[in-house]
Design a protein around this ligand. Sequence first.
Ligand code: XLS
Ligand code: NI
Ligand code: NI
Length: 435
Amino acid sequence: MSEFFKGIDKVKYEGPDSANPLAFRHYDKDEIVLGKRMEDNLRFAVAYWHSFASDSHDAFGPDTFKRPWFGDTMDDAKLKADEAFNFFEIVGAPFFCFHDADVRPEGETYAKSVKRLNKIADIFEEKMAATGVKLLWGTANLFSNPRFMSGASTNPDPDVFAYSAATIKANMDVTKRLNGANYVLWGGREGYETLLNTDLARELDQMGRMLSMVVDYKHKIGFDGTILIEPKPQEPTKHQYDYDVGNVYGFLKKYGLEKDVKVNIEVGHAFLAKHTFEHEVALAAAHGIFGSIDMNRNDIQSGWDTDQFPNNVPEVAMAYYYILKAGGFVTGGTNFDSKVRRQSIDAADLVYAHIGGMDTCARAFKAAAAIIEDGSYDKFLDERYAGWNGKEAQAMLKGERTLEDIAKRVEEEEIDPKPRSGRQEYLENLINRFV
Ligand code: XLS
Ligand code: NI
Ligand code: NI
């Protein structure tokens, strides 16, 4: 039994009227929505780093959390694994995600670090078999250790590129062994602080080479999960290369990887790039590269990437609408890349945070499903573009008309388009009926 979560039982669904702060009011994992269980629709994951590996120090003061497993021995890492799995069961999370650096202390050499990672993976393997908890994605931390300060694959030093390649290999091996559904690459230090010391073209080619090797290795070892890039415009680096979904798509096209790699979209990162989250989801779907999401919001006033749990239904409902329109999650899921606040030092705070996040996502998802089932919004869009179903419109679209052909027809038929309302306020009211 858990020492840390002592006295906290498995969280149950009690329905919207329950006043129990340790119960779900909207997330019933067995509820069928659009023909699927909610657990299979949402595919929630706990982020090992925020909830178990990172302390709460900030620029003005030290850690306030003081978890019993904080330390750098393998015994600490084992205790952390015990309590993390206790927690996954308490909140009923079907998945988790981790970086190598979250789960094992770094060794003195590369080989020793890999050995420790594999030791922890042995423990994970047993615990996953015993609990049924699965791995949504694994990833390598190529940003915390000072060796990566000038980038991982984009480093001016080829030895750092090599070290990064080796580290990615080890993490892909472990992710495959644990049947991970995806493997993520987030390039926190892949970018620059000043263009004055940076050869952009060279660094982008280095990054393209690394990703090509990742894709080759995925095929070689028969890893059938998805390779995901997580875009972010800046922080920690002033300018990151994987700026946003549009940028990543251009990068994938340039290196011929758009069929093999998809994106993991994070709410706060979209916000930092001055996009809405649903914009990023919808654009990824339009390009055929939508993969998975990191569900954590920023503080709207401060503008920082504060990694807070979602708690606002309308804010996430349309994102789930676009995810559903794209066919829903396949290998992806909803990862809470979110952390509790520095004053939230109790074990129960971690539980409240996940209950709130899961309930918010469940309500948003059901609202999105209701918009689809109702059909009036989709009908509006169909009607708005209905002109394109016409014969001449289709001929223009398919490349069967030239500029001269079209000019001739506009002249002959005296075409004179009349403005039509975009009906934004009508649509906002329509969506508000569901959220
Ligand atoms: C940081 C990123 C990171 C990735 C995984 O902002 O969100 O946590 O999700 O490396
Ligand atoms: Ni982030
Ligand atoms: Ni993230």
